[in-house]
Ligand binder design. Sequence first.
Ligand code: NFE
Ligand code: MG
Length: 581
Amino acid sequence: MATERVVIDPLTRIEGHLRIELECDDNQIKNAWSESTQFRGIETIVEGRDPRDVWAFVGRICGVCTGTHSVASVTAVEDAIGSNPPKQAQLIRDLVMASQEIHDHVVHFYHLHALDWVNVVSAADADPAKAVEFAKSINSTWKGNTETQFAKVRDTIRGVLDSGQLSIFTGGYWDHPDYRLPPEANLMAVSHYLDALQFQRSIIRINTIFGGKNPHPNFLVGGMACSIDPDKSETVNQVQLDQMGVWVNEILDFINGCYYPDALAIMSVYKDYFDIGASSPTFIAAGMGGARYEGGTERPVSSGHTDIKGGVIMDGDYTTVHPLDPKKIKEYISSAWYTYTEGDDAGVTPDVGETTVRYTGPKPPYDWLADNDKYTWSKAPRYDGRPAQVGPIARVLVAYLQGHPKTVSLLNDALDAVDVPLEKMNSTAGRTLARALEAVTTADHLAHELLPAFKDGLRHGDYDVFDPTKWEPSSWPKKASGFAMMEVARGFLTHWVTIKNGKVDNYQAVVPTTWLAGGRDPEGHLGPYEAALASSGTHPLVDPKQPLEPLRTIHSFDPCMSCAVHVFDPDGNIQVQVITP
Ligand code: NFE
Ligand code: MG
């Protein structure tokens, strides 16, 4: 069979603009290109500005992982100027980041990824009583698992189908032959999809309390902008802390009783996806999810999971975790529309990174980008020359290999339940399962470590949330540089700042989705999205008009192109142009 070119553009149920070009043969993907078609350039916007303002600009890199870039920014600036935020301020940032991560994982699983596995149309045929039985059989303890609720959802779905307008479910590949769940499982999952809409709206109010609003909460170089005192009406006080306790309990109920059992059960049904979508076998994590990590290897972790260190799993060797050395990070642009003073095949470390745009692609509309060396706005970060996977899968593997008790016991149980070995976590199903598993450990950390530590500080009268000693630029050196390492929902995030005479001289963000969605490097290594689709040569694509299988694999990374880069056309020689749901 002749090689067939397939373009998926836009790939939807993600944040931002992603185009995937594929070459397929015999219903299998043989080559793939990950193309970010939107330029944003926020790194250049902050040059010349007051470093204390940068958090507000870079926070707008993304509305999905909202707040993460702001926390990375204030941390990098504090590293540069030598500011030390008080412990309570650090704990507030950790609470905000942990809530954000849980929120993000739930939105991803139910609203962005679940419909790759769950068939909404089939749910119309379900028996609500049997759906309750199904929920019990997978150990789902969620309060929404009632016959009344399931009947209501089923009737709503029937009504929507009868109307002929599928609303938020329009454009799904509902007659694709590879939807495998029974109607009752589909009904339960759609019901949980709707519950998750309420849940994510409710729990993120933790961030509105500490950050004043959400998305884009307020932050502050040297601490936090919210004052705290349990006894005052105008500050974060006891009433709000009690309310937060209620939301944290909701988080535990939903994650442990709904999200995790759903993800485990669904991935068990699609077990062959542990053999599909293996990607770059190097994994980077600065530590565990739900915690913030300061500075370099030489500096201690300020708070959070102090028992887990940053680490790198190299080249698929699951026996050793190497120390994480941020000096080994370089960004390449040989496949991206930028230029470097040293030449476009150079690798540049982010402390002296360059963001010089040079678009050399075709004038839109275009048919096919991959014939050009440069085909994306996303740079290609490499660790010691290697493409690397970041995100829940990297964090879970690094924590597991370092013996983090909760991760070890959960992952061992999960691997037993689906009956696959550890190495198979490098797969489409593995990434999805790891994200759910991490939601459990982060919820546990939030409820049982972070919130109690914060309240304990209050009990001892510790209301201090700001270090004023380095606020005035006159207290800074003439030239300073700093960086921050974080773990955010999609993975390993670093921000790098150079300050000269009180202004930002250079700013670089090396972002999880840039690690994952970047294209080829000068050595020809594929980026992780590309490798997941193309490196095996056997990734299925049964019907190019309904590219459900590559969608499952790309969604398993939880793409956010707005973060990654901080026009398309349906005509021409392409055999299939697909608009995805
Ligand atoms: Ni826009 Fe982000 C996260 C960051 S990802 S979502 O999580 O940083 O690349
Ligand atoms: Mg960048």
